[in-house]
Write a protein that binds this ligand. Structure first.
Ligand code: BG6
Length: 493
């Protein structure tokens, strides 16, 4: 009983929320570098804000076709605050941070690579050597501590130049640019990285901030075409990952939005099925089975959506099925056929509030048993090894007078989820290869740009406006997780 002996305990991060160094070492601008802070902070909304060489400024949505002048720092507005520019500065703290991960006993560490650190504009012929070297150091440092890197090729990240010149993923050419980047990193890090994931939360790769396309919400034809390009790119990346090193394992990464029907009224049940298909099953079906499911084909027929496909696209999808399913799990969703009840909060949350659950400070319903449900549903449907690559609690932490951070609420959240995870493995026979909490260390919130919404085991001294020393402090959860890992999940107290 208990967790498998080689269970991959660890935690996760994402480049645009953690790395900083946004124009250091030859890095180019990514769309995320043009997103300002602000959501809920001082009542200012977040926006995409950019300054052109002629001094004019643009705000969301950016003009498609805008020419980007050279000199990356010319493209952001110095009067605005952009959280990704420094983030929590992994760029300058990587040695110290990885040492702390080693001290916690991490077996694995998930990070994403900044596409624009390697191809600053996205469409160059040659990669940026300095950017490649940056990640060499990271992987070498992880190896010193016996930490297995899990690399997301793309975490809500699109070079700004690809957005403004090509309209991002709406343009098929971006598949080729992406594949050049993928081939570069797979070749360079062969032997250093074994576990790969293609697109973070592929079911939320939509909209300007994520994939650099305009009109994403209003033009379903265009959005579905862009999603098709992303699925093709993912499948090609899977195939190439195996070709470059047959030892590699490559997974898809999904936001697992577990949903419950509000009542046993068949209309609610059907509404939940529709929700599930739209928001997650489609991505799972296509990446695990290799073809568009019938319900999607029917939906396209009903809506008059016709995808432009290249001749071998169907084969590409078939040849690019994944080795494992990586997913994030934060909360669950209640779906009703009719608008009833209070609407719920959550990451990418839809649906209504679940009266059986407690909520986080950000109103996300806390549902540890839902994790067991999710694991069972995924395993029973696809029979592919599973990997939890995000699970955690966003909360406001305070530094106590003794200088410590007593985050018992976080420990409680994680403990309850780990208990359910163990049941899924030991009682239900689910094949789960590892667990990565979100996040290894405090990083900027993806949804709101806030710093005060913290997830990490390590506190970083920085506030919502970007002030702070960036000093690192171990939270109580740091010592707790260290014990959990050392006891392979036996000691959860
Ligand atoms: C996931 C993303 O959706 O949720 C992460 O993959 C994100 O990038 C995490 O940080 C938590 O969401 P948020 O908005 O609280 O940062």
């Amino acid at each position: 009983m208990g967790f498998p002996k080689d269970f991959l305990w660890g935690a996760a991060t994402a480049a645009n929320q953690y790395e900083g160094g946004y124009v250091s070492g030859g890095k180019g601008l990514s769309v995320q570098d043009t997103v300002t802070g602000g959501d809920g902070i001082h009542g200012i909304p977040r926006m995409i804000s950019i300054k052109y060489a002629d001094g004019t400024t643009g705000e969301l949505p950016l003009k498609f076709g805008s020419e980007i002048p050279s000199g990356a720092s010319a493209y952001v507005d110095e009067n605005k605050y952009y959280p990704s520019h420094v983030a929590t500065d992994f760029y300058h703290h990587w040695k110290e941070d990885i040492a702390l991960f080693g001290e916690m006993g991490f077996k694995s560490f998930r990070l994403s690579l900044n596409w624009t650190r390697i191809f600053p504009n996205g469409d160059e012929e040659q990669p940026n050597e300095e950017g490649l070297k940056f990640y060499d150091q990271i992987f070498d440092e992880c190896a010193k501590y016996g930490i297995e890197p899990f690399v997301s090729m793309n975490h809500f990240d699109c070079p700004l130049h690809l957005a403004t010149k090509y309209d991002g993923w709406a343009n098929r050419k971006v598949v080729d640019f992406f594949m050049k980047y993928v081939e570069t990193i797979l070749t360079r890090y062969k032997g250093k990285v074994k576990y790969w994931m293609t697109f973070n939360e592929i079911n939320f790769c939509r909209g300007y901030q994520m994939i650099g396309i305009t009109e994403a919400e209003s033009n379903e034809q265009k959005l579905n075409q862009a999603i098709h390009h992303i699925l093709i790119a993912s499948a090609k990346a899977v195939k190439l990952t195996h070709e470059i090193d047959p030892e590699n394992k490559v997974g898809m990464m999904l936001a697992y939005l577990l949903s419950y029907a509000n009542t046993c009224n068949p209309d609610d049940v059907l509404a939940e099925i529709d929700f599930s298909r739209e928001i997650k099953d489609f991505y799972l079906d296509i990446q695990c089975r290799g073809y568009y499911p019938n319900y999607k084909i029917k939906e396209f027929e009903r809506k008059g959506i016709v995808l432009e496909k290249e001749e071998d696209d169907d084969q590409v999808l078939m040849d690019g099925t994944v080795d494992y399913i990586a997913f994030s799990y934060y909360n669950s969703h209640v779906i009703s056929a009719t608008p009833v009840g209070e609407s719920a909060g959550g990451n990418h949350m839809m649906g209504i509030k679940n009266p059986y659950l407690e909520s986080s400070e950000w109103s996300w319903g806390i549902d540890p048993k839902g994790l067991r449900v999710a694991l069972n549903k995924l395993w029973n449907t696809y029979q592919k090894p599973l990997m939890i690559v995000e699970n955690g609690l966003g909360a406001k932490d305070t530094v106590a007078e003794d200088g410590a951070i007593h985050d018992t609420y976080r420990i409680d959240f994680l403990r309850k989820h780990i208990v359910e995870m163990e049941k899924a493995i030991c009682e239900d026979g689910v094949e789960l290869i590892g667990y990565q909490a979100w996040s290894a260390i405090d990083i900027v919130s993806a949804g709101t740009g806030e710093m005060r919404k913290r997830y990490g085991f390590i506190y970083v001294d920085k506030d919502d406006d970007g002030n702070g020393t960036l000093a690192r402090i171990r939270k109580d959860s740091f010592y707790w997780y260290k014990k959990v890992i050392a006891s392979n999940g036996e000691d959860l107290e």
